[in-house]
Design a protein around this ligand. Sequence first.
Ligand SMILES: Cc1ncc(COP(=O)(O)O)c(C=O)c1O
Length: 486
Amino acid sequence: MRKNWIAVQDVEGRPYEECVELFRKYINPGLVALLEMGEYTSIEPRSAHGAIIIDGKGREILDFVSSYGALNLGHNHPVVKAAILDVLHKEKVDLSKELLSPYAACLAHNLSLLTPGSLDRFYFCNSGTEAVEAALKLAARYFKGKRPLFIYAENSLHGKTLGALSVTGGQKLREYFPLLPGRCVPYGDAEAIEILLRDTPKEGDDSVAAVILEPIQGEAGVIVPPAGYLRQVREICDRYGVLLILDEIQTGMCRTGTFFACEQEGVVPDLLVIAKSLGGGLASIGATIATTKVFDTAYDNPHDCLVQTSTFGGRTTSCVAAMAALEVCVQEDLGRRAQELGERLLAGLQAIKEKYPEWIRAVRGRGLMVGIEFDEQVIDKAPYLPAKIPGLKNVLKEHLPGMVAAALLKQHGILGTLMLNNRSVLRVYPPLIVTEKEIDYFIGALDDILGQGPKELVKNRVNHAIGAAGLKFIAPWAGSLLKRQR
Ligand SMILES: Cc1ncc(COP(=O)(O)O)c(C=O)c1O
């Protein structure tokens, strides 16, 4: 072995601080700096089960992030784990492109029983963004390349590869990349789509292949559209002969109270994408689901069968994990659970909002896909602020939910985080196997943090930034943030 080589068995015994430094050195120094600000790097993730992560000091952390919706079944669900271990023990063929996996075929069959309408052609891949890419390509091929445009919504997130990014509305993510042409519309406004389609030709450079939407926008800050929105968009797409792609990567797998969120409006898209919790929290798998008509029109030639494939897509271990995950969703009735616990969570948070109206602007969501929108004006009530530092107040305002998340972690052992495209919203995404007691614990913890007042919150964060962490990593971040504020 080479000098300084780290054997896999030695990782566990290695001081965690050293691993953080390796992460900083080799992977993403900016991310490490960001996480240090919230003291996330002080927690060594040792093991996890259900909604609980155990850290290196044996402390229990309650996970209210669920890896942005990839852990609907919680960590290491025993049914998913057992299914994967079983295929490993039996040394099943995990990877072969020439020999068809019976697990991929049976997973597709089971999924077809859960998808609405006649969505019954499946393409398996490894992530959400790949599933979106495949959906965009299917739509483009369906129209034989004669319609190059996609309509997407402001502030949406569909993935970070170039195709999926092209239909992602979050501006910061798009900057500087060469993207596909498209048309961006306000989310929740069906008429805006109709106006666009009315003015576009059926073929040529300005014509539209598909509209892509999230049934509830996640990273935009948990934006629930007006009732009837999806149905209206469906009707408009039908009227103009345009395909509808629904991205259920966050909303799917029971998160919003039904297996797919679109079921709640009785809407069947032409293409539907899922990923995240499809792997049961233990495998990386995404799926693009199409109607037979769309799929077979797009890939209508036997020679097309290899146009859209992926080396690891549909591998046995991932498909087994997904089959087990679907079984858990159905058998544990996770949709109903998400709905009932979601009602409890929203009622509790509504009460917190009423108790602290100066802190919280809105509480919203469906099922266990919930966001708390904070009111940054509360920072004006924190007289501790070192007022002489220009722009600091604005930086703190921008990081209000982040400071609340850091306090929840430090004082109550709760893992929380922000939304990618909306910095004023705290994400509340517990796993769907969370208990009522854990929901109540979260609400009590939030009550405690807000009850301490904005001064205490700011004082703790500023002290941490200046004290324990030192200026070595704060300086570049604070510098760029302050520059942006001016
Ligand atoms: C709605 C939505 N679509 C697509 C994606 C991209 O999924 P992935 O990160 O697996 O590529 C995400 C990721 O958060 C998402 O939330």
